[in-house]
Design a protein around this ligand. Structure first.
Ligand SMILES: C[S@@+](CC[C@H](N)C(=O)[O-])C[C@H]1O[C@@H](n2cnc3c(N)ncnc32)[C@H](O)[C@@H]1O
Length: 440
């Protein structure tokens, strides 16, 4: 462990220092939260190995040695998101209204975005962004797995967004890139790459992101700032910078279960592994002062060629029991369902524009995994339903075709009540449509 870090954390923790160091020798704890978009998502989970989180609604600790939830088909169905339990508190503390417009500035891999977007209604909007293209793609996959329709995934420097959507958002999450001191127990690399210089570099980026956040936030809007680090330069000093330079105020967060206050900042929360069952985090909630007003903005324009519209309509009529979505967007034959409140994101790199429905090619429409993951058994004309441990589920996830019952065309594989993927059946064989990159 770096000596400078040890000295700094000793100054912060005083007589709790040894307890803290001792807690770093224990194994990390793991947790997940349920997807509120799925019906009764707890029903098929093994209650023996899960334990409700004391404050996060739908959050659970779990024994990952005995119950590897990441490998279960229910994970692929988007029934839950596995997230570090202190990180879980960020979304928990954000008071989300169904019609909020929310931005997650540094969203990848998506733990906070999925938690919040799944609590927004279809009148709400989540724009989740990451500057790193590879990470933004993982973010996009997690948004898809969670079956979200109200979410746009972008890949840009959030400073670009300030030009397009000034004072647009009701709520912003800034889960900033940081020196990662709270990850020391979980990740050896975090220990190896830590240095005082890294702290300075992160603090510099955090400042830029905070300035951008204040431009993007509506008057009256809320900014949740968080890091997974302990030093004050990346935490309280950053909040004090905001309070000094912007017309804003700190909103107190309710502490319980070992959550510690910020340093000379009672309103904020510090999470240490020796006090709270999790790794480590800092969380503060800031409100921008002023009166909120409904802003006029240019919506994203729905547009699709007549020919592709016809192909999509035909697919919906033949295989689904739900109407074709109203606002379709055709990006080089890749078809997305927009929501009317989506804003025009002129010049911003978009990875996912709402719900990706599928691709029009060779004069037919091929449905996507994303669409499958939003459907229920009532929504589809044909389906196969399996139990979690049925061999067909394993075969399917592995990329194999499975024996059918002479259905024709597209249907959906369900694991219990939850959609897993489309298949296409002919001559008694349900052909595998599970994307190659996800097979296991
Ligand atoms: C702590 S992680 C975010 C975790 C995420 N909020 C979650 O809950 O899953 C920080 C993220 O910030 C991204 N990042 C780094 N610099 C950034 C910048 N200038 N703008 C936007 N994102 C940035 C990194 O790629 C990384 O994915």
């Amino acid at each position: 462990m770096n000596e400078i870090f040890e000295k700094e954390i000793k100054t912060i923790l005083k007589d709790e220092y040894l307890d803290f160091m001792g807690s770093l020798q224990l194994p990390p704890v793991k947790a997940f939260y349920l997807n509120p978009l799925k019906q009764d998502p707890n029903k098929y989970l093994n209650q023996q190995y899960i334990q409700p989180h004391p404050v996060v609604q739908g959050g659970y600790y779990f024994d990952y040695e005995k119950y590897p939830l990441g490998k279960s088909p229910f994970f692929s169905c988007g029934l839950y998101y596995i997230q570090e339990p202190s990180a879980m508190l960020v979304a928990h503390f954000l008071d989300v209204q169904e019609d909020d417009y929310v931005l997650d500035m540094c969203g990848a891999p998506g733990g906070k975005s999925c938690a919040i977007a799944s609590r927004l209604g279809n009148q709400g909007l989540m724009i989740t962004n990451d500057i790193n293209t590879l990470r933004a793609k993982i973010l996009s996959e997690n948004i898809e797995r969670f079956g979200l329709k109200n979410t746009i995934v972008t890949n840009c420097d959030p400073i670009q967004l300030t030009k397009v959507l000034p004072e647009f958002f009701d709520k912003i999450i800034l889960d900033a890139p940081c020196s990662g001191e709270g990850m020391f127990r979980k990740d050896d690399q975090a220990i190896e790459t830590w240095s005082p210089q890294k702290v300075q570099e992160c603090a510099h980026i955090q400042r830029q992101l905070m300035d951008a956040a204040m431009k993007l936030l509506k008057p009256g809007g809320i900014l949740m700032y968080s890091t997974c680090t302990y030093n004050t330069k990346e935490n309280e000093e950053q909040i004090n910078y905001l309070l000094k330079h912007y017309d804003c105020q700190l909103i107190p967060l309710r502490r319980s279960h070992g959550m510690a206050p910020g340093i000379h900042m009672d309103e904020a929360i510090r999470l240490y592994p020796h006090r709270y069952r999790g790794e480590g985090h800092f969380i503060a909630c800031i409100q921008k002062n002023g009166q909120s007003s409904t802003k006029k903005y240019k919506p994203m324009k729905a547009s699709i060629s007549k020919q592709n519209q016809k192909l999509v309509n035909t697919f919906y009529q033949e295989y689904l029991q739900i109407p074709t979505p109203h606002y379709l967007y055709d990006n080089h034959n890749h078809i997305y369902a927009l929501l009317p409140q989506f804003p025009d994101l002129q010049g911003i790199r978009i990875l996912r524009n709402g719900l990706y429905l599928g691709e029009c090619k060779k004069n037919r429409f091929e449905p996507s995994l994303a669409l499958a993951l939003t459907l229920t058994q009532k929504d589809v004309k044909q389906f196969y339903r399996f139990h979690e441990n049925d061999p067909e589920v394993k075969q399917y996830l592995h990329g194999e075709a499975i024996a059918g019952t002479n259905q024709k065309g597209y249907g959906v594989i369900f694991v219990e009540d939850y959609p897993l993927s489309f298949y296409k059946e002919s001559q008694g064989l349900a052909k595998n449509l599970y994307p190659k990159g996800l097979r296991r």
